[in-house]
Design a protein around this ligand. Structure first.
Ligand code: SF4
Length: 701
């Protein structure tokens, strides 16, 4: 046997989409100096990684309806439930809910089994809650889900616009890189209703009214046009839709006074932002959940991209719109088709010939007919009884989806809930009929892709505890039990990665964008040693795109005619404004030292020390108006539930708006959840829920 405990391996941190390289062993972690994402840096979550690898609470054995069992029995139970459901109710009665925590290889195999062999289209992922609006905006503008820039652009930019992101807490190492690249003349604008740790870097903080981002960026487009700053040559050569987008922008944001009034900002601040934007050709606009988690998230993304296209600020060093993804492998899941509206390898169902091509590649008669249900719709279907078998992998929807009480009812009603996880007791696992012990970080091998399209290895350095197995193995065993063995005869993750890479270039010679076929012939040895690699990575010579830092450098996009599209967007505001009964706007988000629903980071005392309990950030005047005790407990009550937290007097909040952290779950508090305060309202294009704009009443507890 191998002694895994003393070896140091290069791997990738699982606690955010920056994707830092880590030198890891069981007793500690340090930053990998050779990894391009972090160059040796780690944030507190990365440096406390080993503290979150505790054996306590691990799920170590398969169980079926509360009784521990062996793998063979559990696999047969899963396969039997799927077979019976398909026979009686059709393939669409089976659904998969995946996670940006899965490795690309796990994701690929789950997607292949679901869409290619069970033939259900209902495969969605918790990435829906994270960056699906950015995905939709990319597709509308560029013809594909393509992040144009890279981390280096954040350092090269002369104007850094950070919109809807507390990067200092949510993407700490990227924030450190932004800090370290400060130089005389570099300007930073932070756009966020509240003043956060990220605002410390700002030369200008625009504390706009929540939900008015499209107005601010539409106003910018109008201003740029009025002042002759648009790049007519670039627009003529490479873009469609400028005139229509400008007309739409003019209709909602005709001048700076109107923008300032609608966004609740001082006129001079809006002017300063617009002037700085016009003066700095090297501009990066980094955007994240404050943009995405909105019922107008896709429009917000396109309003930002419109301004970059109109000024030709894309595909150049230090100039790009840049989506910061939340999860370690949100991007890898997108690559394999983990979103319900995609098929595989960045192909949509309606991509010409895609269904036939994928079916032939997978060696199956046909694939699922068309797009499946997105997360919120999917759980509505579970609630209605339409989904009979739901397989949830590496995520905790009973905490993370909005209107969590309804999600719990839906899970309780579902005839067969299968949960694969490395943690035994989660809020979701309580509803599992079949529990499958999955390998955790450090115990599994594969790849993840970070926010700058960089594929990076997660490597195993710990033995598998108990009966835990990698997710790809579990899914492959179920596929075999269903009679699909030949398509799932993988000996390890390298086999899966090679197949995934081959599919990206299969009969797809014209693809210039998501194509990693240059990695399709890696030997096991090369896969084991694979260095971080940005895609595209095509095979063949010459290949100017291999390991491309930037896309669209030649002004050609992934649309049918090769031209980018500016998208006319209006000013759609949050769907449910405050009322007399629920007078406060609830903003939800991350804190610095926790990850998602705390099932792992909550085990580290060091990480808990930063914010040891749920809290509510309240403006001082609201503290007085609601007669709250600073440091005392208060309740936020919405139409869907309640959240109890300690009152923090927070001058950084706008009046009438509160902030609560997303992380605490019933395992930790026994109380309500932040997601009980947000509605299931979604963006009509992306399906992403409006997690930044709940409404609630506030009172002393
Ligand atoms: Fe891990 Fe993100 Fe911190 Fe890097 S910034 S160490 S990826 S949590």
């Amino acid at each position: 046997s191998t002694d895994h405990s003393s070896a140091t391996v290069k791997t990738t941190c699982p606690y955010c989409g920056v994707g830092c390289g880590v030198n890891a062993k069981a007793t500690g972690t340090e930053g990998d100096q050779t990894h391009p994402a972090n160059r040796g840096r780690l944030c507190v979550k990365g440096s406390a990684l080993h503290e979150t690898l505790t054996p306590e609470g691990r799920l170590l054995k398969p169980s079926v309806r509360g009784r521990d069992t062996d793998w063979s029995t559990a696999i047969n139970e899963v396969a039997g439930a799927i077979r019976e459901s398909v026979d009686q109710h059709g393939p669409g009665s089976v659904a998969f809910y995946l996670s940006g925590q899965l490795l690309t290889e796990d994701y690929y195999v789950a997607n292949k089994l679901a869409k290619g062999f069970i033939r259900t289209p209902h495969v969605d992922t918790n990435s829906r809650l994270c960056m699906s609006s950015a995905v939709a905006a990319h597709k509308r503008a560029f013809g594909g889900d393509l992040v144009p820039g890279c981390y280096e652009d954040l350092e090269l930019a002369d104007l850094l616009v950070i919109a809807g992101s507390n990067a200092a807490w949510a993407h700490p190492v990227l924030y450190q890189r932004m800090q370290a690249s400060a130089r005389p003349g570099r300007k930073v604008v932070v756009i966020d209703p509240r003043r956060t740790a990220t605002s410390d870097l700002a030369d200008l903080h625009l504390a706009l009214r929540p939900g008015t981002d499209t107005i601010l960026f539409n106003g910018l487009l109008v201003w740029l046009a009025h002042h002759g700053v648009v790049d007519k040559h670039y627009l003529d050569a490479h873009c469609d839709g400028y005139e229509d987008s400008l007309a739409a922008a003019r209709s909602v944001a005709p001048n700076v006074d109107a923008v300032a009034s609608l966004c609740d900002l001082p006129v001079e601040e809006v002017n300063r932002f617009y002037e700085w934007f016009s003066e700095h050709p090297r501009t990066v606009t980094a955007f994240s959940q404050g943009i995405n988690q909105s019922s107008a998230g896709t429009d917000k993304g396109n309003a930002i991209i419109n301004c970059h296209l109109a000024t030709g600020r894309i595909g150049k060093p230090g100039a790009a719109p840049f989506s910061l993804t939340g999860q370690p492998n949100a991007m890898g899941g997108r690559e394999v088709g983990g979103l319900a509206n995609t098929l595989a390898a960045h192909m949509d169902y309606d991509s010409p010939g895609a269904r036939d091509r994928v079916a032939r590649f997978w060696g199956t008669d046909s694939v699922a007919d068309g797009p499946g249900m997105k997360a919120v719709d999917l759980f509505d279907a579970v609630e209605r009884g339409e989904i009979k078998v739901l397989w949830i992998m590496a995520t905790n929807p009973a905490v993370s989806l909005p209107e969590t009480d309804r999600i719990r009812q839906a899970l309780a009603r579902c005839p067969t809930v299968i949960v694969s996880d490395c943690v035994r007791e989660t809020d979701t696992a309580r509803y599992a009929d079949i529990l499958l012990p999955a390998a955790g970080w450090g115990e599994k091998d594969g790849t993840v892709t970070n926010s700058e399209r960089c594929i990076s290895r997660q490597r195993r350095f710990l033995p598998l505890p108990g009966e835990a197995r990698p997710d790809w193995w579990i899914v492959s065993q179920v596929a075999r039990a269903l009679g699909h063995g030949p398509g799932f005869d993988y000996q390890g993750p390298a086999d899966i990665f090679r197949e995934h890479a081959r599919l990206s270039g299969f009969e797809n010679d014209g693809a210039r964008f998501f194509n990693i076929s240059g990695l399709a012939n890696l030997t096991d040895w090369q896969y084991e040693r694979l260095a971080p690699t940005q895609w595209p990575a095509r095979g063949g010579e010459p290949d100017a795109d291999a390991g491309a830092q930037r896309l669209f450098t030649d002004g050609r996009f992934a649309t049918g005619n090769g031209r980018a599209r500016l998208i006319p967007v209006g000013s759609r505001l949050p769907v449910r404004p405050p009322t007399e009964v629920f007078p406060l706007v609830v903003n939800t988000g991350r804190i610095r030292d926790q990850w998602h629903t705390m099932t792992r980071t909550g085990r580290s005392g060091r990480l808990l020390a930063h914010r040891p309990e749920p809290f509510i950030d309240v403006h001082p005047e609201d503290v007085r108006a609601y007669q709250l005790m600073p440091g005392g407990l208060a309740t936020l009550t919405s139409a869907h539930g309640q959240f109890i937290g300690r009152v923090r007097v927070a001058p950084e909040q706008r009046r009438g708006e509160v902030f609560v952290p997303i992380h605490w779950n019933r395992q930790f508090t026994g109380q309500g959840l932040a997601t009980a305060l947000t509605d299931s309202l979604v963006d009509p294009v992306s399906g992403q829920p409006e997690a930044k704009h709940g409404r609630a009443a506030l009172a002393e507890w």
